[in-house]
Design a binder for this molecule. Structure first.
Ligand code: GUN
Length: 294
């Protein structure tokens, strides 16, 4: 029997819990948490993501501020915006939506964000704290996956976990988090990447698979062990003239062949994706309560 991990439903449930908490805060005379998002230029995908983040804030009763800047903004002007947000006491946390136009330095912008307000968890201070198991903001996708494992009560202790993809915001943090002491965690982790000699062989030993490769339907049924837990982070656009938008979203996992073998599997869409915005809300709530940096 395969259980489909319903990220959409779980995200709804968590949003309701956050909304209840915000209602309690307001009833106690406290200001609701406030998230700001900086959007530079007019990249269509970024606009959709940021709109979704702002709308999610409204749904749970958070305050939100959308700061739009033209693609022609200079590095100095963008850094000035970041510094203003760092200093604004009414803003609990903020994000600068990536990618930025080519003439801007993403690394310098990320470094300029006050780690106490870095609800994306992208600042090296938060990354370092995560690596050492200290209080921190976890990046949205890893936090969403950990929350999903926890809420579905999926056993992780002593399991062989194979993470495919070594990005700073998904693969590498997932490998660290799954290997850490505690629950979810205590896994023995293998981190695979483009230079791994035989990814299929590594995957066949895995009790838990986290796929963050960025290649549509890369992992097929013949690469997965019977009963494995399969977490698919991929969101790949695959051309399909029969689809309304001309494309379909496909994960990094070939769902049709892997699902019958897996014990748990996330669908795409509706799996990890919806959990990521919820993570941003959870981090903003933590920021408002000053839970991470006291
Ligand atoms: N671009 C794609 N995903 C993200 C994210 O989680 N945060 C930011 N700031 N930019 C992104």
């Amino acid at each position: 029997m395969t259980t489909i991990l319903d990220g959409k439903k779980l995200a709804q449930q968590i949003k309701q819990e956050i909304a209840d908490e915000v209602a309690r805060m307001k009833a106690a005379g406290q200001r609701p948490p406030h998230l700001a998002a900086v959007l530079v230029g007019d990249d269509p995908a970024s606009q959709v993501y940021v709109r979704n983040k702002v709308r999610s804030c409204e749904q749970v009763g958070f305050g939100s501020t959308l700061i739009r800047k033209p693609a022609s903004i200079t590095q100095e002007e963008l850094l000035a915006t970041v510094h203003q947000l760092n200093d604004e006491p009414e803003i609990d946390g903020f994000i600068v939506q990536l990618p930025l136009p080519d003439h801007l330095d993403e690394e310098a912008v990320t470094l300029a964000i006050d780690p106490r307000k870095d609800v994306d968890g992208f600042h090296p201070v938060n990354f370092g704290r995560m690596a050492q198991g200290l209080p921190c903001y976890l990046p949205a996708t890893p936090l969403g996956i950990m929350e999903m494992l926890r809420r579905y009560e999926i056993p992780t202790e002593g399991k062989q976990a194979v993470v495919v993809g070594r990005s700073n915001i998904v693969g590498t943090p997932m490998a660290l988090l799954l290997s850490r002491k505690g629950y979810p965690g205590n896994c023995t982790v293998t981190l695979c990447h483009s230079r791994t000699r035989d990814i299929a062989a590594e995957l066949r030993r895995a009790d838990i698979v986290v796929a963050a490769i960025g290649k549509a339907e890369f992992i097929t049924g013949d690469m997965v062990k019977e009963g494995a837990v399969v977490i698919d982070v991929g969101i790949n656009r695959v051309e399909d003239p029969t689809a309304k938008k001309g494309y379909r979203l496909k994960g990094d996992v070939h769902f049709e062949s892997v699902a019958p073998i897996a014990s748990y599997i996330t669908p795409v869409p509706g799996g990890v994706g919806p959990m990521t915005v919820t993570s941003l809300l959870l981090n903003t709530l933590k920021a408002a309560r000053r839970e991470v940096y006291v």
